[in-house]
Design a protein around this ligand. Structure first.
Ligand SMILES: Cc1cc2nc3c(=O)[nH]c(=O)nc-3n(C[C@H](O)[C@H](O)[C@H](O)COP(=O)(O)OP(=O)(O)OC[C@H]3O[C@@H](n4cnc5c(N)ncnc54)[C@H](O)[C@@H]3O)c2cc1C
Length: 444
């Protein structure tokens, strides 16, 4: 079996370049701090790695806040907000683990110095105990791990996220003022102040300013069209100016002045094309929000914030052959792309797979067959019903593509396990990791 590891590592480094840059700069400045300032004799073997991991964790957290900031200005650094939020989740967890390792490495250092361990872990233990730091770290780590609990109600999850942002701000201010490597070496301090400020500003923009100053377009409900028992189209008409968006991108919806819809913002991909005046979202009713949206009256105001995301074929113009695989409601970004193809003469070869549990669930099968296959691009379409054919596999798709070897890009949209599994299969077939682009319909 071919192992695409070096390619995969290259892709990870390219995608996570901003994080890599921050880590390398932080390490370099820390090394310079150690060279140019006075150091304790017992720096090695425990204190030094502990310090560097703590610093890297703080630096990563600042960038993690920028990645999730919903800011057009910052989005490009992460390849789109959708990717940024995936990074926010993954790198955030890495940073938390680093905080844990940082603390554990202090244990042997404290033992060597003959300081009671309780001084490190127990608040108010002695006059030397750094009680505020201990309490902030405990609260921060506990809440941050809770933020990975997918079963939490959305509003509680949001509250935890917000509290964590505030704790990060307090944590960052503490490490900038408490005497240590940062305060001793000005270039390192300037760098950490810069990162912490950028992280805190990104967080404040996200929670205080985005609602009011974010890219908001007022629309009104024009039509809600049921497709199946669970799936419906929400068609919105611009009330003022129209949003211009790339096919495959998404927006956050918020419903002002409606007691029946929670005052939250949820992300949905466009399933329409920008050449139409109205925008369409195709939604599966899975919880409170998506069920409440379905019952909105015609004419109700809906605020559409966006567009966001990098899951658009425009971002990958150099890939001329595209394999598009949408599972369940994950077909929506592809409906937008196909609809756009009808008006686009930038010819591309497309293979589209619509994966559905059963025929009744394939809500957009007829629309695809009747409307999109006459586009200028040459499109092969396959409705893959899993109750009849079993799980779709990369090997089965590669069979359809023969004699083309790996000269195609794969765009995946489905649940996280679906995307991961197919991406792994395509990599095993030798498709370079950089050519596999996935959209996850989950921000937590
Ligand atoms: C970038 C992006 C684009 C998206 N585009 C679309 C879209 O075009 N159409 C669409 O219907 N949804 C889309 N989603 C998912 C959509 O945002 C969520 O389904 C919605 O926020 C759920 O809110 P809720 O309160 O109704 O359900 P919640 O109360 O949040 O969830 C209720 C239950 O449903 C489960 N659940 C949540 N989301 C899904 C899901 N997508 N599929 C199956 N089960 C789920 C939860 O685990 C929970 O058990 C997108 C998500 C992202 C991040």
């Amino acid at each position: 079996m071919p192992v695409a590891l070096p390619g995969q590592i290259r892709t990870i480094v390219r995608e996570y370049a901003i994080f890599a840059l921050v880590v390398v700069t932080t390490i370099l400045l820390w090394v310079m701090a150690k060279v140019f300032t006075h150091q304790p004799p017992d720096l090695w073997p425990w204190l030094a790695p502990s310090q560097i991991l703590g610093l890297i964790a703080a630096a990563l957290m600042a960038v993690v806040l920028m990645a999730g900031a919903r800011s057009h200005t910052l989005e490009w650094m992460f390849g789109g907000l959708d990717r940024g939020i995936q990074m926010h989740r993954r790198v955030g967890l890495t940073a938390l683990i680093l905080v844990g390792v940082h603390l554990l490495l202090l244990v042997p250092a404290w033992i060597e110095r003959g300081i009671p361990l309780a001084d490190l872990f127990v608040p108010f233990y002695s006059p030397h105990t750094r009680t505020p730091d201990i309490l902030i770290t405990y609260a921060f780590v506990a809440l941050a791990f809770l933020a990975y609990n997918k079963r939490l109600r959305y509003d509680r999850w949001q509250l935890i996220h917000r509290t964590n942002g505030f704790l990060f701000a307090v944590f960052a201010i503490r490490i900038l003022v408490v005497p240590g490597s940062i305060t001793e070496y000005e270039p390192l301090r300037t760098w950490m102040v810069f990162l912490a400020t950028a992280g805190i500003l990104a967080f404040l923009y996200r929670i205080l300013l985005f609602n009011r100053f974010g890219p908001r377009y007022r629309y009104a409900v024009d039509q809600i069209k049921p497709r199946t028992e669970e799936i419906y189209d929400l068609v919105l008409r611009p009330a003022e100016r129209r949003m211009i968006y790339d096919p495959g991108t998404f927006a956050f919806l918020s419903v002002p002045n409606s007691p029946s819809v929670p005052s939250e913002m949820h992300p949905f991909s466009f399933s329409s094309t920008l050449v139409n005046r109205d925008v369409r979202f195709s939604i599966r009713a899975v919880g409170d929000y998506t069920k409440a949206l379905r019952d909105l009256p015609v004419g109700a105001a809906v605020d559409v914030y966006g567009p966001f995301g990098g899951f658009t074929p425009h971002a990958f113009v150099h890939y001329r052959r595209l394999v598009l695989i949408g599972s369940g409601i994950g077909i929506t970004p592809f409906l937008s792309m196909l609809s756009f193809e009808l008006t686009n003469n930038d010819f591309r070869r497309i293979w589209l797979y619509y994966v559905a549990r059963n025929r009744d669930d394939a809500a957009y099968h007829e629309e695809i067959e009747n409307s999109y296959l006459k586009a200028d691009s040459y499109i092969d379409y396959d409705l893959w019903v899993t109750s009849e054919r079993g799980r779709i596999t990369a090997a089965a798709i590669a069979e359809d593509l023969k004699p083309i070897e790996d000269d195609y890009a794969v765009m995946l949209c489905g649940t996280v396990p679906f995307n991961r599994d197919l991406a792994r299969q395509f990599r095993a077939l030798g498709v370079p990791a950089a050519r596999i682009i996935a959209e996850e319909f989950a921000f937590r």
